[in-house]
Design a protein around this ligand. Structure first.
Ligand code: HEM
Ligand code: HEM
Length: 185
């Protein structure tokens, strides 16, 4: 028997998780709607998309540093082996995408010689890779595909959290929330 507090993530991990989750979903919606815009509106929407993406990159570096220095609660014993393996695999792929998507966007923007203007506050320097529009275009195509894969995996991740909460009735989603759930199991 363990207290709920020992089975929850640390408060810092929760804050990183939810801030980044909201930003990822917002950024995906901005990119999708920007694709259907024209002219200045499209430029402004992609400007926001790039800035939010770079913010996600910085937050993810902080999150990984936090993750490496703060213990994670053990997975509930009620989870089947395949569920643990699937959940962990998705988490690892998430970290790869949270770094890879913004880095790829930054790299592709540099290759097409378009520096990122961070919310109009300052310009993020281009990566020193020179100009190569073909390669930039290919990386943007990969960026879009990886973005779509991300969304499907987020769907699976949410289904997993809901299953553990409402079907298995273990702490589930409350592992990532500072309140709620059964106090002991
Ligand atoms: C975690 C952060 C990011 C996510 C989840 C993300 C996601 C996406 C998605 C899903 C699309 C495709 C939209 C569509 O096909 O309708 C897209 C397009 C795009 N993203 Fe990102 N992105 C991120 C970060 C960045 C960054 C940091 C940059 C640039 C510095 C960037 C630049 C672009 C550009 C320019 C496009 C349009 C590509 C084209 O139409 O060829 N993204 N992004
Ligand atoms: C939208 C983007 C999201 C991303 C990028 C994301 C990413 C992650 C990552 C990387 C972890 C693993 C933490 C670690 O151990 O290092 C995690 C855990 C978790 N996430 Fe998400 N998440 C997202 C959305 C959500 C949503 C919407 C929910 C709720 C429905 C949720 C519920 C959880 C829960 C409950 C855990 C803890 C898993 C466990 O039991 O160990 N996440 N998330």
């Amino acid at each position: 028997m363990q207290d709920a507090e020992q089975r929850r993530y640390s408060l810092g991990a929760m804050i990183f998780h939810w801030v980044i989750a909201v930003l990822v979903i917002v950024n995906w919606r901005i990119a999708e709607s920007a694709e259907h815009m024209e002219g200045a509106a499209k430029g402004a929407a992609f400007g926001n998309h790039k800035s939010i993406g770079m913010l996600i990159l910085v937050l993810t570096i902080g999150r990984i540093a936090w993750r490496l220095t703060h213990p994670r609660p053990p997975m509930p014993e009620s989870h089947a082996k395949w569920e643990r393996v699937l959940a962990r695999t998705i988490h690892i792929v998430f970290y790869v995408l949270l770094i890879g998507l913004p880095l790829g966007g930054w790299l592709a923007s540099s290759l097409v010689s378009r520096p990122v203007d961070f919310f109009g506050l300052f310009t993020i320097p281009m990566l020193p890779v020179g100009e190569n529009k073909d390669l930039g275009g290919t990386i943007f195509d990969a960026h879009k595909t990886a973005g779509s894969i991300f969304i499907y995996l987020i769907g699976l991740h949410i289904l997993g959290a809901l299953k553990h909460t409402f079907i298995d009735k273990d702490l589930g989603i409350f592992r990532m929330l500072p309140f709620g759930g059964r106090s002991r199991e």
